[in-house]
Design a protein around this ligand. Structure first.
Ligand code: PLP
Length: 295
């Protein structure tokens, strides 16, 4: 990824009432080394992040991303972020994202330097990869066992399953395994047979005319794209539902999508080698909506 902009943030307390945080920001050269070797984000993946889609300079769903950042911080026992400070940083980063076309802003909040005084935080902006082809052509997916049961998030909260942590090595390994199996991407399922999410996206299924997604019960992220798309569907009077979905029910879907902030809606064309019906017109309308300015 060609970084265009990076801003280091000195995190303010969550109740800091300032309306201008300019003096807590430091613009740095995005291609120069910037982190201490003692950084726990790099040593242990100990931190959280958000990836925000940018369309024609407009950061999409800023509030939903900020709320999820705060939720992840809470799960990980990180200091609560000052959302106004992050909002200002996003606004500045957006000015450096591509003015036309698609970009991506990343927010990173790390536990900081080992034995250091405070978390480390930074924001980057870059141009997004061209996802046009995948949105039109679609993706083949395989189901992969995530290695825990549907109840694990409640019984083992230290696994941080509902937080968007920097520890994505497992997610990346799952995508490599999917490719080894001849697919493009994966759908994680629990060991006791329930559908979760993809390594970098939420799953939406169309079943009996309803749009269904796995309930974010602590074991998966609550996707900002899925939330936005459900609101859009509901505005049109179309039924949406959060459900506990058995893996066996995947075969009943007459259309399915992986949705996320930068790739947007990628139609699923096959699950475990079984073809899934495609609805090219609906997919195109999803992506038109997702590419319109959204707050
Ligand atoms: N689930 C996981 C594990 C993700 O990494 C992501 C996005 O990166 C999502 C779901 C989708 O979230 P969003 O729509 O907010 O991008």
């Amino acid at each position: 990824m060609a970084w265009r902009f990076a801003l280091v943030i000195e995190p303010a307390a969550s109740d800091d009432p300032r309306s201008d945080f300019a003096d807590t920001f430091r613009v740095i050269d995005p291609s120069a080394p910037a982190l201490s070797v003692g950084e726990l984000s790099t040593q242990r993946g100990d931190g959280i992040f958000e990836s925000i889609g940018v369309v024609d300079g407009h950061p999409q769903e800023t509030q939903a991303h900020l709320e999820r950042l705060a939720h992840s911080a809470e799960i990980c026992d990180l200091p609560a972020p000052n959302l106004e400070q992050w909002r200002e940083a996003i606004r500045i980063a957006a000015q450096h994202a591509p003015a036309t076309g698609e970009g991506v802003i990343k927010l990173i909040l790390s536990r900081g330097v080992e034995h250091g005084p405070a978390p480390t935080a930074w924001v980057t902006a870059a141009a997004a990869a061209d996802n046009t082809a995948v949105r039109e052509r679609g993706i083949r997916v395989v189901t992969l066992d995530r290695g825990y049961g549907i109840d694990t998030p409640a019984t083992a909260p230290w696994l941080l399953l509902g937080a968007k942590t920097l520890s994505y090595a497992v997610n990346m390994a799952a995508i490599r395994e999917a490719k080894r199996r001849g697919a493009d991407d994966a759908i994680f399922v629990t060991s006791d047979g329930f559908v979760l999410e993809a390594p970098t996206a939420s799953l939406i299924l169309r079943m009996d005319g309803r749009f269904v997604t796995p309930a974010p019960n602590g074991g998966i992220l609550h996707g900002t794209t899925q939330l936005s798309l459900f609101a859009h569907l509901e505005e049109q009077g179309l039924p949406t539902e959060y459900a506990t979905i058995p893996t066996s029910a995947l075969a009943e879907a007459d259309a399915a999508w992986l949705v996320s902030s930068v790739r947007l809606a990628a139609p699923i064309t096959a699950i475990d080698g079984v073809e899934v019906g495609a609805d090219a017109e609906l997919t195109a309308s999803f992506n038109r909506y997702l590419l319109s300015p959204r707050d």
